[in-house]
Design a protein around this ligand. Structure first.
Ligand code: TXA
Ligand code: MG
Length: 316
């Protein structure tokens, strides 16, 4: 009965943000912009609200969710805070990195958020609309990417509506996500472990922490269940590392190549990351059987871009 017939588009002004906050406090699901991708938010303290995220996304199982907070103090109220967390937060928050830390005893967070784990992923986003919304809501907000399960992550309000229209109460419109890739996830419950590459690179984290950061072995026990095989999938198949185009393919270029859409003509990885999901959405809409993608260097942000491309190309 709570499922709205139509999803409200809210502009990101004072009234729109207040309305979105009111919906969140009432236990509804609201998509909102962050600098990484759009998130599908719900009040992390209410079981029903969080369950509504899984229902809207058709998430087959309860993967743990990232909790979004307006500032470091709000995060520290929910998780234990080792020195390393302080360093990373000081250097990179607000910003595109999530920290997995031991859940504080008695923290008021629904078990559906942690999927029963004794750790919690927390993030203080930088996007001004996200921050205003979190302040106005006054509750921790759980938010996965605002797309149906297994689909490409949204970097525009239109992408959100493409798969979630009618399934969520509202979307707060905040323009294009600047980073364009989901946050880096750093595990700090034990030795620092990179659980998902993102805009904050492993090298930057090693510099912040003054020591190396291990990457999760591909076959290790899944501590970030959303990180498995097929994810971020367009309808089309993906052919990676394409150095020559084949007839009939949609052509996603990088660098000075002739193609349908270019991630970055200048070969700029930041620009490529920001364009990645939007270009995949756009090419996929044409209904091609295959999207061929130019090679992307593995340096800097390229590691995170290639991570998402590999998942999108995985058999499903
Ligand atoms: O940029 C982002 O991180 C976006 C925006 C909305 O903030 N959110 C996002 O959420 O990408 P989602 O659900 O698509 O990805 C969350 C990832 C999943 O891979 C999940 O398994 C992992 O975080 N995760 C969450 N809690 C965890 C925990 N306690 N331990 C390990 N991994 C965790
Ligand atoms: Mg996702």
């Amino acid at each position: 009965p709570d499922t709205p017939a139509k999803t409200q588009r809210l502009s990101a002004d004072t009234a729109g943000i207040a309305r979105a906050a009111e919906l969140l406090r009432a236990g509804r699901q609201v998509a909102f912009p962050t600098e990484t991708v759009y998130g599908l938010g719900a009040d992390a303290t209410q079981d029903d609200a969080v369950a509504g995220i899984y229902a809207a996304k058709d998430r087959p199982q309860f993967n743990p969710l990232i909790v979004h907070l307006p500032d470091v103090d709000a995060a520290r109220a929910l998780v234990e805070w080792p020195e390393a967390a302080g360093r990373v937060a000081a250097a990179h928050w607000p910003g595109p990195i999530s920290l997995v830390l031991p859940l504080r005893a008695g923290a008021r967070v629904s078990k559906l958020v942690t999927a029963g784990l004794d750790t919690l992923a927390v993030r203080v986003p930088a996007h001004p609309v996200a921050r205003a919304l979190l302040r106005a809501t006054g509750r921790p907000v759980a938010a996965p990417s605002a797309n149906r399960s297994g689909r490409i992550s949204p970097t525009r309000a239109d992408h959100v509506l493409h798969t979630l229209d009618g399934r969520i109460a509202a979307v707060l419109e905040g323009g294009a996500s600047e980073v364009g890739l989901e946050s880096t996830i750093l595990g700090l419950a034990g030795a620092p472990m990179l659980l998902r590459p993102g805009a904050v690179s492993a090298d930057a984290l090693a510099a912040t922490l003054g020591g190396p950061v291990a990457a999760r072995a591909e076959d290790a026990a899944i501590s970030a269940p959303g990180q498995t095989a097929s994810h971020y999938a367009p309808d089309a198949g993906l052919r990676l590392e394409a150095t020559a185009w084949r007839p009939g393919e949609a052509r996603l270029g990088f660098g000075p190549v002739d193609c349908d859409l270019n991630l970055s003509k200048a070969g700029d990885l930041r620009e490529a990351a920001a364009n990645l999901f939007a270009h995949l959405h756009a090419l996929d809409a044409g209904g091609p059987q295959t999207i061929a993608v130019s090679p992307i260097p593995e340096t800097g942000l390229g590691a995170a871009i290639n991570d998402r491309l590999a998942r999108a190309a995985a058999p499903r």
